[in-house]
Design a protein around this ligand. Structure first.
Ligand code: 16G
Ligand code: ZN
Length: 535
């Protein structure tokens, strides 16, 4: 049974501050110095989760992604690298908010509710990004996992996707679905080997790619990756100072570039330079270049999805790829933030189904599992591609006949290994995009011509109570406050290609307004009018 005394004693060393915690879209996210008790308790909970799932390895990632150094967070990772199952978010929230002395009894209640047998062994792994509060918080997590008698391994500093990779690799070791060697080197080697192989198809000689590491964990990990990538592309790294914590995600990184629609600071760019920004835990990626006329052009998650979806469906058709169930079902999953032009391009030109889901990786990932090739990206650059077992088997069997068909199949096979299917992975996504562009013989400029974005704008509105805002239809319509949606619709109807929606943020105490319309001026007008309606 639960080592009650041990858990209670350790709980008192990690006292809960007077704060209410919520396991949200990206786990617990707060100021780092408020998270000690949460980390301790997530160590306990990870052990329970592992016991529940027949001793499978459960992961914990300590990061606050694109936010500043003062912030931190933790999310638990399920056995195949997915986000923690939703029903357990409630256990996490409950445990995080109980009084210190009640921790053992709350654990007992979770064990009862989930029919967990305490005697089952538990395996847990943890890693953190480069944040200043990371080491201490990992220490608290280890205390929790050990107090609950779990076997826990600390992988030190990792990118978020590396942690997801290792969890999946550990849990599939020795099975037909083995994901790779469960080490940092195993990760570099698996993706690097596939990248070197796939680049043999390359027709483009890229200019040196400038990589913005956001002064976070992506910077040293990308450096460590370089020796595994061959010499088909030359890279140059910037924003790699992880010793000065104030620089993390500060005027650099994928979120800065996406939101500000400009290049990072301390980043040399002239016409013809190609730039790529990672975020602070290297699970988002944004591409950009400067046009000949000096204007900045960004290629975001929507553009990545468009490129990958059009390529995979083209190559599958070229190779006449057939699965036992027929032609592979290629589909794209987006959120309401996807630019309307990208959705129209996918549906009308590429002719693939596009599903809309609420914001947050778990919703996108889950929906993508319904396709043979499920491509999901948020406009902010987080995303990946999921390939079904049937698809991987079919490309490996090389049913093609002509040299073109065989090449297409080999290219697709390599792509399944370059892409980190466990979770969105900035570095792996970057390599996949470069491989596809090289295969097509395309420049960033040509990639940018796939479709023309509709002008769009995002606003933050500080309202009295953001929880008064309730949405439906993948967050595209407001149900409450009653009547607001009708007023928004009346405004949207005034513009060609008009679209606007309002949703409460899951990570900040604000409401977000999104608008798009045929011209920049109309889009700005629509955004401001809608903000006025809900304020
Ligand atoms: C979290 C989500 C991200 C989403 C963002 C939206 C995960 C791992 N991360 O960072 O996908 O885009 O929240 O934030 O799910 P918002 O609710 O404040 O708009
Ligand atoms: Zn991130």
């Amino acid at each position: 049974s639960i080592p009650t005394e041990q858990v209670k004693d350790a709980s008192l060393k990690h006292p809960k501050p007077n704060t209410t915690f919520t396991y949200g879209t990206a786990g617990f996210r707060l100021k780092g110095d408020l998270l000690d008790s949460v980390m301790y308790r997530m160590g306990l909970l990870a052990v329970l989760r592992s016991k529940k799932l027949n001793s499978k390895v459960i992961g914990a990632m300590v990061t606050a992604s694109h936010n500043p150094d003062q912030d931190n967070g933790v999310k638990l990772v399920d056995p195949l690298g997915e986000m923690l199952e939703q029903s357990w978010e409630l256990h996490a929230t409950h445990l995080a908010n109980s009084a210190d002395v009640d921790v053992p009894s709350v654990l007992a209640s979770i064990c009862t509710a989930e029919s967990i047998s305490w005697s089952a062994p538990a395996h847990v792994v943890v890693a953190r990004d480069t944040r200043s509060t990371g080491p201490k918080l990992v220490g608290a997590f280890l205390d929790g996992a050990r107090a609950a008698g779990g076997d826990v391994t600390d992988y030190g500093v990792f990118t978020t996707p590396q942690l997801h990779y290792v969890v999946r690799a550990l849990n599939t070791k020795g099975t037909p679905e083995a994901y790779g060697v469960p080490t940092e080197e195993g990760y570099y080697k698996k993706i690097g080997d596939a990248f070197k192989r796939i680049m043999k198809f390359g027709k483009t000689k890229f200019p040196t790619i400038h990589v913005d590491g956001a002064n976070g964990v992506g910077a040293p990990k990308f450096k460590a990756f370089l020796p595994y990538l061959g010499d088909s592309v030359s890279f140059s790294a910037f924003n790699e100072d992880i010793t000065d914590f104030s620089k993390l995600n500060n005027k650099c990184g994928a979120d800065f570039v996406k939101v500000q629609q400009k290049q990072p600071e301390n980043f040399p760019m002239t016409p013809g330079t190609y730039g790529v920004s990672l975020d602070g835990d290297a699970d988002r990626v944004i591409f950009y270049f400067v046009k000949k006329d000096g204007t900045f052009r960004m290629l975001d998650g929507d553009t990545i999805a468009a490129l990958l979806a059009s390529t995979v469906s083209q190559l599958s058709q070229l190779a006449s790829l057939t699965l036992p169930s027929g032609s592979p079902r290629v589909g794209v999953v987006q959120t309401a933030y996807a630019n309307g032009a990208s959705t129209r391009y996918l549906r009308e030109t590429v002719r693939v189904p596009v599903s809309m889901v609420p914001t947050g990786v778990k919703h996108l990932h889950h929906e993508a599992e319904g396709f043979d090739v499920g491509i999901y990206f948020e406009a902010n650059g987080h995303g990946t591609v999921l390939f079904s077992e049937g698809f991987v088997k079919a490309v490996k069997e090389r049913g093609g006949k002509t040299p073109e068909q065989l090449a297409a199949l080999e290219f697709l096979e390599c792509l399944t290994d370059v892409i980190n299917q466990a979770v969105g992975d900035a570095i792996s996504d970057m390599l996949a995009v470069l491989a596809v562009l090289a295969y097509k013989g395309w420049s960033f400029e040509q990639w940018g011509e796939l479709y023309t974005e509709v002008p769009n704008r995002q606003e933050k509105v500080k309202v009295a109570n953001r929880l008064a805002f309730k949405t439906t239809n993948a967050e595209q319509e407001l149900v409450e406050p009653v009547g607001s949606q009708d007023r928004i619709n009346a405004e949207v109807a005034k513009y060609k290609n008009g679209r606007s929606f309002v949703r409460p943020s899951g990570t900040e105490d604000i409401v977000r307004v999104y608008a798009e319309a045929d011209t920049r001026e109309n889009c700005d007008k629509l955004a401001y009018t809608v903000a006025g309606i809900i304020f």
